[in-house]
Write a protein that binds this ligand. Structure first.
Ligand code: ADP
Length: 592
C-alpha cells in the first residue's frame, strides 16, 4: 500500500465530516499566524529597548513599551488558546467519529462474508481480531496525528519560513535548507524500521492467537502437565519480540541524535549569519532572536517528521490487513435473484465435486436425490463428507463442479438469505447466546410474542422444565444442561418454521438420558418437513425413510435399512459395528 492508496481508502470515511475538516483547517491557519507573534514581539522589544539604552533613557521611558507588548502578548495568547481548543476539539471529534465508522463498517463487512473466509487459517479469530484492532487504532491515530498534531506544526513551519524569507533571503535559505535533509534522514529511518514493524505485527498476532488457544486448550494442557512446555513456547515468542523491540528503539534513538545534531547546526548558522548582517548594519540586533525563534518554528514540526513517517508507515502496514478485510468483495456471499414463495424440498445433487479452500477434496462425483417431506439419513465414518454435504446444501460453500437443485432450481440461483430462512440447522452443539431463554428462542423469529415462544417451547418439550426454573423464561440460558440447550435450539427452529431441516449429529454430545429426553422434540420437529439427518444413533438411522451411505467423499450405497443390510456392504459393516458396540447380547440378557 502506498500513501496515495492509503488516502484513497481512508477518504470515504473522512468524507462525511468535510465541514468538520474545513473548520479544523481554518483554525489551523489562524493558529499558525498567531504562533509567529512571539518572534515578532521579541524582535520589536529587543530593538526598542536597545534604542532606549543607546539614548540613555530610564525604565520610566520604557513603561509604555512594556504595557504595549504585554497587551499584545496577552491578546495573542487568548486568541491562540481559543483557536487551539477549537482545533484540538474538532480534530478529536473527527478522530472519534472516524474510529466509530471504521469499527462499524468492518463488523458489517465481515458478517456478509462467506463461510470459507472464517475457516481459512489466516483468519483465525485471534489473528482477525488483531488485524482489525491494529488497523482501526493506527488509522485513527493517523487521523489524530495528522489533524491535531502534525498539521498545525506544519502550517506553523510554512508561515515561519515565509517570515524568514521576508526578513532576509539567505536566512530563509538556511531555514529551507534543513527541510530536505530532514526529509531524507526521516525516510532513511522509516525504511530501516519498516522490516521491524512488519515483524512486530506478526509477533503480536501470534502472541494473541497463542494466548487464546492456550485458554481454549487449558484442560488438555493441565491434564498432560504441559504448563512448562506452553510457558516455554510463549517465552520464545516473547523473547524474539523483545529483541525486535530493542532493535527498533536503538535505531530510533540513533536517528534522533543525528537529527538533533543537524538542527543545532542550523541554529548556529542562523546566529552567525544574522550576527554578520547585524554587524554589517543591514539588520537590527533584535533580528538575532527573531530568526532563531523563526528557525525553531520551522524545525519543530520537521523534528516530528519521523513520527509522521512512523505513523504513516504503521498505518500503511496495519491498514493493509484492515483494508484487505474490509474490501475483500470476493469474500462476499454469493446470492442469486430467485426468491421462492414456497419450498417443496425436493433436492437433486448432480455430479458434485467439492474441494475446501485448503485443497482437501471432501466430495467426489456425488449424486443423490432427496424426496420432499421424507427423512433421509446420511451414514458414514467420520470424515466421509456428510457435514460437507450439509454445508453445500445450506450454501455455506458452492460445489467446485456439478450442480445442486432444489425444487428444480439451481441452488446458486436462489437468494441466499431467502433460502436460509427456509432451512433449519441443528448441530451437535447448538449455539446458545448470552442472554435469557426467551431471547434465545426468539432468535428464531424476531418479534415473536411470549405466547409464540412458549408455544415453540411446548413443541420442543422444554416448556415444563423452563417454567420450573426460579426465573422461568428469564433465566440465563447458558446455565441449562446440554440436552436442555439442544431443546432450546429446537424451540428456536419451531419459531423459524423451516421447510427443510438438517440435523448434524444432534445427540452426539448428549448422554443417554438427555438423548432420550430430546427424542420427542426431534420427532416433533421432523414432522411434515424434508429432513436430512447425520447420526451415529441406530434408532435415528433405522427411523429414516432413506439411508445414504458415504465413504471418502463418495456415495457408496443408498436405499432402505433392510435392503442395505442384506447387501452386506458398507452399510452392513457400519451398522454391525454400531450394534456390536452396544453389546446387544448382554443388554438383552440384562433386560430379560
Ligand atoms: P463428516 O461430516 O462425514 O465427518 P466432513 O464433511 O466434516 O466429514 O469432512 C470431510 C473431509 O473434509 C474431511 O477430510 C475433513 O478433514 C475435511 N474438512 C472438513 N471441514 C474442512 C474445512 N473447513 N477445511 C478443510 N477441510 C475440511
Amino acid at each position: 500500500m502506498t500513501i496515495s492508496t492509503l488516502f484513497q481508502h481512508t477518504y470515504p470515511f473522512v468524507k462525511p465530516y468535510r465541514k468538520l475538516l474545513i473548520a479544523t483547517l481554518v483554525l489551523t491557519a489562524v493558529g499558525s499566524l498567531a504562533a509567529q507573534v512571539n518572534a515578532l514581539v521579541l524582535r520589536y522589544t529587543v530593538d526598542e529597548i536597545n534604542a532606549l539604552m543607546l539614548a540613555e533613557k530610564t525604565l520610566k521611558d520604557g513603561a509604555q513599551l512594556l504595557v504595549f507588548i504585554s497587551i499584545v502578548l496577552i491578546v495573542k495568547e487568548l486568541v491562540y488558546s481559543v483557536v487551539q481548543f477549537g482545533q484540538k476539539f474538532y480534530g478529536e471529534k473527527l478522530r472519534i467519529y472516524i474510529s466509530r465508522d471504521l469499527s462499524q463498517a468492518i463488523v458489517e463487512k465481515i458478517l456478509s462474508y462467506r463461510m470459507a473466509f472464517y475457516t481459512s487459517p489466516e483468519n483465525e479469530s485471534g489473528k482477525l481480531q488483531t488485524r482489525i484492532d491494529l488497523g482501526i487504532s493506527s488509522l485513527t491515530r493517523l487521523v489524530q496525528n495528522f489533524f491535531i498534531d502534525i498539521l498545525p506544526l506544519f502550517a506553523n513551519s510554512i508561515v515561519a519560513l515565509v517570515f524568514m524569507f521576508n526578513a532576509n533571503f539567505y536566512v530563509g535559505l538556511v531555514g529551507l535548507g534543513i527541510v530536505p535533509i530532514y526529509f531524507y534522514i526521516s525516510q532513511l529511518q522509516a525504511q530501516k524500521l519498516s522490516g521491524f514493524r512488519r515483524r512486530m505485527r506478526t509477533y503480536r498476532e501470534n502472541k494473541n492467537n497463542g494466548i487464546i488457544s492456550l485458554i481454549e486448550s487449558i484442560t488438555v494442557i493441565k491434564s498432560f502437565v504441559r504448563e512448562p512446555l506452553e510457558a516455554e513456547k510463549h517465552k520464545a515468542i516473547q523473547f524474539e519480540m523483545t529483541e525486535n523491540q530493542m532493535q527498533t528503539r536503538k535505531l530510533s534513538f540513533i536517528f534522533d541524535g543525528i537529527k538533533g545534531f543537524i538542527e543545532q547546526n542550523g541554529v548556529v548558522i542562523v546566529i552567525i549569519l544574522t550576527a554578520y548582517f547585524v554587524l554589517d548594519g543591514v539588520m537590527s540586533i533584535g533580528s538575532i532572536m527573531f530568526h532563531v525563534l523563526l528557525f525553531n518554528n520551522v524545525s519543530a514540526p520537521i523534528r516530528q517528521l519521523h513520527r509522521i513517517y512512523d505513523e504513516v508507515n504503521d498505518a500503511l502496514i496495519n491498514s493493509e490487513g484492515f483494508f484487505d478485510i474490509i474490501e475483500a468483495d470476493q469474500e462476499k456471499e454469493p446470492s442469486g435473484e430467485y426468491i421462492p414463495t414456497r419450498i417443496g424440498g425436493a433436492i437433486v445433487i448432480k455430479d458434485v465435486d467439492f474441494f475446501y479452500p485448503n485443497g482437501t477434496q471432501a466430495l467426489k462425483k456425488v449424486n443423490i436425490e432427496i424426496q420432499p417431506d421424507k427423512i433421509t439419513a446420511l451414514v458414514g465414518l467420520s470424515g466421509a463428507g456428510k457435514s460437507t454435504l450439509i454445508n453445500l446444501l445450506d450454501k455455506f460453500y458452492e460445489p467446485s463442479s456439478g450442480e445442486i437443485l432444489l425444487d428444480g432450481v439451481s441452488l446458486s440461483a436462489y437468494n441466499t438469505a431467502a433460502l436460509r430462512s427456509k432451512i433449519g440447522l441443528v448441530l451437535q452443539k447448538n449455539h446458545i447466546f448470552t442472554g435469557t431463554i426467551a431471547e434465545n428462542i426468539r432468535y428464531g423469529k424476531l418479534g415473536a410474542t411470549q405466547e409464540d415462544i412458549e408455544e415453540a417451547a411446548r413443541k420442543a418439550h422444554i416448556h415444563d422444565q423452563v417454567v420450573q426454573l426460579p426465573k422461568g423464561y428469564d433465566s440465563n440460558a447458558n446455565l441449562l444442561s446440554g440436552g436442555q440447550q439442544q431443546r432450546i435450539a429446537i424451540a428456536r427452529l419451531f419459531l423459524k418454521d423451516p421447510a427443510i431441516i438438517f440435523l448434524d449429529e444432534p445427540t452426539a454430545n448428549l448422554d443417554a438420558i438427555a438423548t432420550e429426553q430430546i427424542k420427542k422434540s426431534l420427532e416433533a420437529i421432523k414432522k411434515n418437513r424434508t429432513v436430512i439427518i447425520i447420526s451415529h444413533s441406530i434408532s435415528q438411522i433405522i427411523d429414516a425413510d432413506t439411508i445414504i451411505v458415504m465413504e471418502n467423499g463418495s456415495v457408496v450405497e443408498q436405499g432402505l435399512h433392510e435392503d442395505l443390510y442384506d447387501q452386506k456392504g458398507a452399510y452392513f459393516r457400519i451398522f454391525s459395528a454400531m450394534a456390536n458396540s452396544l453389546n446387544i447380547e448382554k443388554i438383552a440378557k440384562t433386560m430379560n
